[in-house]
Structure formats: structure tokens, C-alpha cells
Ligand binder design. Sequence first.
Ligand code: NAD
Length: 355
Amino acid sequence: MKDFIYQASSPRVVFGADALQHLEREIDLLGARRALILSTPPQAAGAHALAQRLGDRSAGVFAQAVMHVPIESAQAARAEAERLQADCAIALGGGSTIGLGKALALTSGLPILAIPTTYAGSEMTPIYGITEAGLKKTGRDPRVLPKTVIYDPTLSSTLPVALSVCSGLNAIAHAAEGLYAADSNPILDLMAEDGVRALVQALPVLHQQPQQAEARAQALYGAWLCGSVLGQVSMALHHKLCHTLGGSFNLPHAETHSVVLPHALAFNLGHAPQAAQRLARALGLDQPGAVAGALWDLAQSLGAPMSLRELGLQATDVETACALAMTQQYPNPRPLDARAVRQLLQQAYEGVRPS
Ligand code: NAD
């Protein structure tokens, strides 16, 4: 067994169908009295309904969260929190809304209560991102980790099937890279394996029956585990590539993860046999060597986009993306060489099944 360091750092988690009924209790437990509710514009109705229900416990709604947290929206949220004398923020939504909550926490110190409605997992991480002048800067800071997370699967049942699938594959990517992280540990390995298992079982059910309550619960449970892994160990090639593709070419977050994952795993798993074994077990496969292909088949059977071309990447961008990705230094199970990474990206661009 390899040496490891394990230090737990997790928000308080309240999980269950109708867990949202405990919101008032959870606000009280934070010692807060006036919550500013954050959402994206499409989820504003839900945010306003929550504000109405909270009555005096609500300071108001700020429904202007957008992808990648532009600094202007973080500043506007902070000004609104000050104007309304909010003493906590509730982030109701996916990674974009929770990201706005984190940016607010970073400069204001307000505690965040997150109510995730996708499977992105941001609520379990101390990682924040803020975009200024077109550049997304990310960092880690314990102040941005939500204090409380309410996981209520009922809220994710409105997530469109296509986004549910890609968001679920995005979550699987956190666990997969966590399994071969240089700083992995046995506890997070258990969480990663079970998170992948829960999601690969739930996603095909949701693809057929998007409202199926047990599958929604299972997928959200998987998202929690995978998000916890993302928050506590270092990610490698797959996440760096997706960060580059999202940040420099504006490709959609969950869909990009979903396309790149089988290719990144085909690249890495031969150099990470224990991770491959755990992933094979989670996928119900006998052969660890079959993991990347099986994930590609799963994504295809669920109607996920299969190529970066479909997501809007231009053929000429592949070279640039490779060059950008190669400028960073980070631990990766397989040593990175430009030709092999270029080939990986080309296959993801074309949507070829990895062997
Ligand atoms: P998102 O939050 O951008 O949501 C996508 C769209 O789906 C939005 O329009 C949103 O309003 C809508 N939506 C969300 N939940 C819904 C629901 N239940 N019903 C109907 N519509 C719903 O997407 P995302 O993939 O969750 O988050 C992506 C962002 O999060 C990216 O910017 C990414 O970088 C960031 N992220 C950060 C971390 C981290 O640890 N910091 C982790 C994962 C993702």
C-alpha cells in the first residue's frame, strides 16, 4: 500500500428526497437570519419561490449567475448582499450558481448554503474560478467551501436529460482522475469507486425515465461522492484539457468533460492499473483494459455528444489546444508528450471510439 495523508474537510451534508424541507433549520444552524438567494436567470422562479417561503429569513434574490463567474457579476452580487444586509447566501443551482456563491464568500466572508441541482460537484470543493478580462483564474481557498449542502434529488428532476447525462459523466471524470491522483488516499478511493458505480447505474435509468425518483437520488449521491474526490485530491490531464477547452475555446463545461473522458482514460489507465481495476469494478467489467471503451459506449448509448467538433471546436484549434495544455506542469500517471496528447485531442475532436 502506498503512503498517504488524509484530512477530512467537508460541508455539513443533508441528503434526501424533500431534504429542502430542512432549509429553515439549516439557516438557523448557521446562525444566519437574512439569506440572499442566488440563481441563474432560468432558475429565477425557483429562487423567488424559495424567498417567498423563507419570509423574513430571506434578504432577497440575485438571479444573475452565469457560467464561469465574470468578475462583474461577483461584484454585483456582493453589492446586493451589502445593500440587503444579507448574512448568508443560498446558492440554488449548478456549478455556475455555486461558483458565484464562492466568489461572494471569498471577498465577503458570508457563509454559503448550497442546494445543487446538477451533478457538477462544485459544492464539495474549496476551488473557485473568476473570469476577468476573458481570463478565468482558479484557486483554492477554504473560505469558499459551502458550510452546508442540501442534496434534494427532487430538485434535479427538472434537469433536462441531455444535461443530466453530461453532468453525470462530468462527475465520473472527477472520480476517475481522483483514483490515479498523486495525492490519492484509500478513503477517497472508496468514495470514487462507489460514486462511479452509482452514476453508471442511474444514468441509463434517467435516460429512459427522467423523473425516476430512486435513480435521481442515486445520481445525486454519486455526484456528492465524486465532488468530494474533486475537492480533496489533485486532478490531472483530463481536467487540464477540459479547462483549456472551456476557457480558451468557450466549449460547454459538462459536454466537454463527457467527450474527453474516454480518450483521457484510454491515454492514462495503462499507467494506473489500480485505478483501472476500481473503475472496471464500478462499471461491472472483467477487463480493466476495457474501461475507456465502455465509457465511450455508455456515453453514446445515452445520446451524449461524442466529438469536440459537435461542440463547436474548429479543426485548427486542436493544435492550439494541445500547445496550451502542454504549457502546464502537473503530475499525470503517463508522462505527457506533445505528439500523444495531440493524438488524444484529435480523436476526441473526431469522436472516434478509443481502443
Ligand atoms: P450550470 O450551473 O452552468 O447549469 C447549466 C444550465 O442548467 C443553467 O442554465 C442552469 O440554470 C440550468 N439548470 C441547472 N440545474 C437545473 C435543474 N435542476 N433544472 C433545470 N435547469 C437547471 O452547469 P454545471 O455543469 O452544473 O456547472 C458548470 C460550471 O461550474 C462551470 O463554470 C465549471 O467550471 C464550474 N464547476 C466548478 C467546480 C469547482 O469545484 N469549482 C466543479 C464543477 C464545475
